[in-house]
Write a protein that binds this ligand. Structure first.
Ligand SMILES: [Fe+2]
Ligand SMILES: [Fe+2]
Length: 232
């Protein structure tokens, strides 16, 4: 099956933040990404998180996410959106998916004989969930090791994992989930995981660890044409 993937649009009204993030340009880039996914006949699009960046007023954040939702809803390519730390800083989960639409909620599924697992690491290392006004880009943790172990060990299909934060140590310790060693052990032990797709580390990187491809996609807000096709 053919996937369309993009990550870290950080869409907001700001022209430039952090010296490298062209926030306001990302809406047009998302439009471009969907044109590309449609022309490439993608069966599913996945946004790996940090869709938006924060604004002074929450109403503006709602408007901004609504504009992204309109593009997603207008496309014939169905989309799943993961929450990133910036999304969690602005939105509580229900509000976020209430705006984006129920179809974008990351629910694990089997499509065309491939099992897609969506991991949510928008948690602090102490186990508390990120809340509006209180998230962290360096303090991230995946609290569902047991459930993940059950999901991968019972799978008869090849597995593809999607997560906003990083499981590839090459992204640097600060970008990685605190329990990445445990999580990666669970993934490699089952011998069915083919790839792990991540965002969050804006430059992106690629590695193969224990036979699994770890792909961190470059951030959409920092370059042009940062949308990708993965044939799995
Ligand atoms: Fe980001
Ligand atoms: Fe992030």
């Amino acid at each position: 099956m053919r996937l369309g993937i993009y990550t870290d649009p950080h869409y907001s009204s700001q022209e430039l933040t952090c010296g490298v993030r062209f926030n306001s340009r990302s809406l047009e880039k998302i439009r471009e990404a969907y044109k590309f996914f449609e022309s490439e006949r993608c069966g599913l699009a996945v946004c790996l998180g940090d869709l938006i960046d924060s604004e002074n007023r929450h109403e503006t954040e709602i408007e901004n996410l609504g504009k992204i939702a309109a593009i997603i809803k207008a496309s014939p390519v169905p989309t799943v959106c993961l929450m990133g730390n910036h999304d969690a800083f602005a939105f509580e989960k229900d509000e976020f998916y209430g705006i984006l639409g129920a179809g974008t909620v990351p629910v694990n599924r089997v499509i065309d004989g491939r099992r897609l697992l969506f991991l949510d690491a928008c948690y602090f290392e102490n186990g508390a969930r990120y809340m509006p006004g209180d998230s962290g880009w360096t303090d991230t943790y995946f609290p569902f090791e047991k459930e993940l172990g059950e999901a991968v060990s019972s799978s008869r299909e090849d597995i593809y994992v999607f997560i906003h934060q990083n499981l590839d140590p090459a992204a640097g310790e600060r970008h990685c989930v605190a329990n990445l060693k445990n999580v990666n052990r669970i993934l490699s032990d089952c011998e069915k995981v083919r790839a792990v797709y991540q965002g969050h580390f804006h430059p992106g990187c690629r590695n193969v660890i224990g036979g699994i491809r770890y792909v961190t996609f470059p951030a959409m807000c920092e370059s042009d044409g940062a949308y990708f096709i993965e044939d799995i």
